[in-house]
Ligand binder design. Structure first.
Ligand code: PLP
Length: 250
């Protein structure tokens, strides 16, 4: 199957899930997660109709942005962001899904101010006790959002969830529901002006339909669009791909 075929299929499934839940399919945006996928295949995806690309590493995203000049896409960061890469992240991404500490928010605010940009973010929430995952525990989200009021170059647009991996989407559904309930609860609280809670980033290839039924507005889908990824330990030689050489030739 081509990326275009897969994209058509995913878009159809997104639409059907939204309609099942009585939602407007237009409320759900597809973030095509292109980590470890070559620039060439990304270009193929964009030509097929992908409009938002999600990357989980800042350096890899930079290489791809440079290898793919002139693509009409938004780049989102979906992976953890270290404070020392905040400046580059502010330059590259139109939405950072992984804001997870006040220190990072302060750093983003600093670079946003210096680059004359409002840094658009989602707060990553951790609903399960998992040492390996980043994200703010549920009870810390409201105090965090209030503190963001002092950082006017950062705007929080919603919440993001990376739940524990379960192959069965029905086992993940309660996490999606809980994130939605948390968003609804927070919307009823007095919040600073730069906190506008309208997005829920949740759902991946194997569980995005359940996430949409529970209220996702951004689904982050990799495998179902691009096929299985090469392993992180041995990236494809063409991770950055032809585009890189093409750029040097210009
Ligand atoms: C890789 C990744 C995805 C996409 O995963 P698939 O199962 O390939 O759809 C979504 N979100 C994050 C944060 C990821 O790192």
């Amino acid at each position: 199957m081509t990326i275009k075929d897969r994209l058509t299929q995913v878009q159809r499934r997104i639409r059907a899930a939204a309609l099942r839940a009585g939602r407007d399919p237009g409320e759900v945006q597809l973030v095509a997660v292109s980590k470890l996928i070559s620039a060439e295949r990304i270009r193929e995806g964009v030509e097929a109709g992908i409009r938002i690309l999600g990357e989980n590493r800042v350096q890899e995203a930079r290489a791809k942005v440079e290898a793919l000049p002139g693509l009409e896409v938004e780049w989102h960061l979906v992976g953890h962001l270290q404070t020392n890469k905040a400046k580059l992240a502010v330059r590259l991404f139109s939405l950072i899904h992984s804001l997870d500490s006040l220190r990072l928010a302060q750093e983003l605010d600093k670079w946003g101010r210096s680059l004359g940009k409002t840094v658009e973010t989602l707060v990553q929430v951790k609903l399960a006790e998992e040492e390996t995952k980043t994200g703010l525990p549920e009870e810390e989200v409201l105090p965090f959002l209030r503190a963001v009021g002092d950082l006017p170059s950062v705007r929080v647009q919603g919440l993001m969830l990376l739940p524990p991996y379960c192959p069965d989407p029905e086992e993940v559904r309660p996490y999606f529901r809980r994130l939605r309930q948390l968003l609804d609860h927070l919307k009823g609280e007095p919040l600073p002006e730069n906190v506008v809670l309208r997005h829920l980033s949740m759902g991946m290839s194997h569980d995005f339909e359940a996430a949409i039924e529970e209220g996702a507005t951004l689904v982050r889908i990799g495998t179902a669009l691009f096929g299985p990824r090469p392993s992180a330990a041995e990236p494809e030689p063409a991770t950055v791909g032809q585009g890189g050489r093409g750029l040097a030739a210009i």
